[in-house]
Design a protein around this ligand. Structure first.
Ligand code: ADP
Ligand code: MG
Length: 695
């Protein structure tokens, strides 16, 4: 075994460790419980807990924690030591099955959207045995779900697990109709993660980066991404050292970190893992984000996961590659060589088209956030309109079926690169449309609207649930069909004709598409406050209730949490902007203006005619007056926003008034920054931040 093989998973209580350390009967009972999605009994939990503890102690652990994912979108942990007192006044290291299965963190300060009064603030965490325990900072971390004392869901993992069960059940039923018996269908995800790296010393000087994770001011750098030389460009040594270090940390945790490259914007990069079961992918994506931040610090860098750290260059997203696979590993979205004849594939494809069309609002809501509002529809990320890219061949197949015609094929097209040395490549007939929000990419769908900071749980809860819904409906239609082939073609035809408006293979970044989408009746929910209320619609509440993902109260609480989260984010940004304006920006511009004015007076006294000084001082004076007026308006609107009671009205006001005020302030500040002498500037410029890592 080489070093990487030895390193990989060395901090994970995985299958190999379990097989090695658990009695065979216990291991089998554990596996069975996972397949059936049933809880473990205490006797088995005790044996597993003991083995886990021994393994953890051997690896230097002193503590354990239930690692959970509250609605904050990040992970939470409360460390408990293994010590237990003995009668002799000493301690032993102890860990029981009960402690493994269930924990009781105080939950009063986590967002609950009004679900829970403080007097019943207790929350429960429950072990999720489908995600392996691992070691982080000498602490045994046990992935857990989180709910309230009365059983309401307070986290992102519980509904994700439920949605996986829902889609598994529905997909197994469809497969049975096609004569395939499998115990489970897993939804699989490979999330590609984008991020920025900036120099830590520069980062420290910018309150906007420190408090908000993004710049609120900054005149455009003379050079941005225009030269298109960063994408896939040679990786700088310091960044390479960071990536190597990060890979190693992630491999130890069993995260399949695979592809690293530079992204479009200067200082922007991407890391993609190999896909895994959605729940594991979601846990691993959280770990990936956490380790990006901490490993960066070791290299004197700060990792920015915000969707829009810099104006004028691309922001960061997360591509959620999604598919369905049987327990045996058969990918259900693999069209095979002849998709036209692949009835099973066509059934799943039609179900997904219908799901995306009928629940485009939910998919849009699942990617709505203050940060992502800067990207969606801003000509660097897909538009806020949800549509599906199928590519030429699949579209032709569906068109043929819809027209009752026999599809006459498109034998794999070969692309000749050179005469002899390089073999012919099969031309990717799914094409590579980078502008589509939801694209079929050969054997999976790529949902490209996610923001880089997102937990992938939310979007995948929606995807799994809406596909489960359609598959269930299809199963009922196909179950007793006397002629399955005819029934599938009928169903595909009917579904495609009813939902083809969602298919769009063209360039999603154009104004023509926005107009065309409106004609087709597709939603274009441009901002978070506009999108969020759709989550609580009757149709969507019914969907979640039917599949036991959320109760009505839980959905409504999530709408509240998301609205509040939006408002809080904008309010912190606005307060930071005002703080920077008064403490740093205005004094800097004023000092420069004053020096210019003095120069004008000195020159006049010396009998020299003042030229540029007078003109510059006058321009800066005008801009300062503009900035000041904008700041007064921002301040007033911020106060007004804080007083609005209704969360929906409040979020809308933050969007319509406060965000607009911040933009007005920024525009005057940036214009002044561009004219202000370097030594007066209170913080590093865009050019310094974006091109600051040079080694
Ligand atoms: P790209 O050209 O977009 O980088 P890749 O083929 O490299 O495309 O895949 C991107 C991501 O998709 C990777 O994380 C990969 O593991 C993931 N992926 C591949 N197959 C599947 C699948 N069946 N289900 C989910 N994700 C998948
Ligand atoms: Mg991709």
């Amino acid at each position: 075994m080489n070093d990487v093989q030895k390193l990989f998973g060395s901090l994970v209580f995985n299958e190999t460790v379990m097989k090695d350390r658990l009695p065979t009967v216990t291991y089998k009972a554990y596996k069975q419980a996972i397949i059936e999605g049933k809880p473990l009994n205490l006797e088995i939990a005790n044996i597993i807990a003991n083995a886990m503890k021994d393994w953890a102690l051997e690896h230097g652990c002193t503590h354990f924690t239930h690692w959970f994912q509250p609605m904050t979108g990040i992970t939470a942990e409360k460390h408990e030591s293994f010590i237990s007192p003995t009668a002799e006044g000493r301690v032993i290291m102890d860990f029981s099955g009960k402690e493994l299965i269930q924990g009781e963190p105080d939950a009063s300060s986590f967002p609950s959207g009004g679900l829970r009064a403080t007097f019943e603030a207790r929350g429960y965490t429950a072990w999720d045995p489908t995600s392996y325990a691992f070691i982080k900072d000498n602490c045994l971390c046990i992935p857990t779900a989180f709910c309230s004392y009365t059983g309401e869901v307070l986290d992102k993992k519980t509904p994700l697990l439920r949605s996986m069960n829902a889609v598994s059940k529905a997909a197994c039923n469809i497969l049975k109709i096609f004569g395939i018996n499998t115990v489970r269908v897993n939804s699989t995800v490979g999330p590609e993660q984008e991020y920025f790296l900036v120099d830590k010393k520069m980062w420290e000087k910018r309150k906007d980066l420190v408090y908000c994770g993004r710049t609120l001011f900054g005149a455009k750098s003379p050079r941005g991404q225009e030269l298109e030389d960063h994408y896939f460009g040679i990786i700088k040594q310091r960044v390479l050292a960071f990536m190597k270090d990060l890979d190693e940390e992630l491999w130890k945790l069993g995260v399949l970190a695979k592809t690293e490259h530079n992204e479009v914007a200067p200082a922007q990069h991407e890391l993609a893992p190999i896909f895994s079961s959605t729940n594991v992918a979601s846990d691993h994506n959280q770990l990936m984000m956490e380790f990006m931040k901490r490993v960066a610090l070791r290299h004197g860098l700060v990792c920015l996961l915000h969707e829009k750290p810099f104006d004028g260059v691309n922001g960061s997203g997360k591509h959620n590659n999604w598919s369905l696979a049987t327990e045996e590993g058969m990918n259900l979205l693999d069209p095979g060589k002849e998709p036209y004849k692949n009835l099973r594939f066509l059934t799943f494809l039609a179900a997904i088209l219908k799901a995306v069309d009928e629940y485009q609002d939910l998919l849009r809501v699942s990617v709505a956030s203050a940060g992502n509002d800067h990207r969606l529809g801003a000509n660097e990320a897909p538009p806020a309109i949800v549509s599906v890219f199928l590519g030429t061949e699949l579209t032709a197949v569906l068109e043929a079926i819809a027209a009752d015609k026999v599809y006459t094929g498109n034998p794999a097209e070969f692309m000749k690169i050179s005469d002899d040395t390089i073999p012919a490549l099969v031309k990717d007939n799914t094409d590579r449309n980078r502008t589509s929000p939801f694209a079929f990419t050969g054997n999976k769908f790529e949902f490209r609207m996610l923001g880089s900071m997102f937990s992938i749980a939310g979007p995948n809860i929606v995807l799994n649930t809406i596909v489960a819904e359609e598959l269930e409906e299809f199963a009922a239609k196909l179950a007793d069909a006397p002629d399955l082939e005819a029934a599938v073609y009928d169903l595909v035809k009917e579904t495609y004709l009813a939902h083809k408006r969602i298919v769009f293979n063209g360039n999603g970044y154009t104004d023509e598409w926005v107009a065309e989408a409106a004609k087709r009746g597709l939603l274009n929910l441009k901002s978070t406050p506009e999108a969020l209320p759709y989550l609580g619609s009757e149709k969507n509440v019914a969907l979640f209730a039917k599949h036991h993902i959320f109760t009505e109260a839980e959905v409504k609480s999530r709408v509240e949490i998301l609205l509040e989260n939006y408002s809080t984010t904008i309010s912190v940004e606005a307060a930071t902007a005002l703080d920077m304006f008064h403490k740093d920006i205005l004094p800097a511009v004023a000092a420069y203006t004053e020096d210019l004015t003095k120069a004008v007076l000195d020159k006049k006294a010396a009998g020299i005619s003042a030229g540029f000084e007078a003109e510059l001082a006058s321009k800066l004076s005008t801009l300062s007056a503009e900035m000041y007026a904008a700041s007064v308006k921002l301040d007033a609107d911020l106060k007004e926003a804080a007083g609005i009671e209704c969360s929906k009205k409040q979020a809308t006001f933050y969007h319509d008034a406060v965000v607009a005020d911040m933009e007005a302030l920024r525009s005057a500040v940036d214009a002044a920054e561009a004219l202000t002498g370097g030594k007066y500037l209170p913080y590093p410029t865009y050019g310094e931040l974006l091109f600051g890592v040079n080694e």
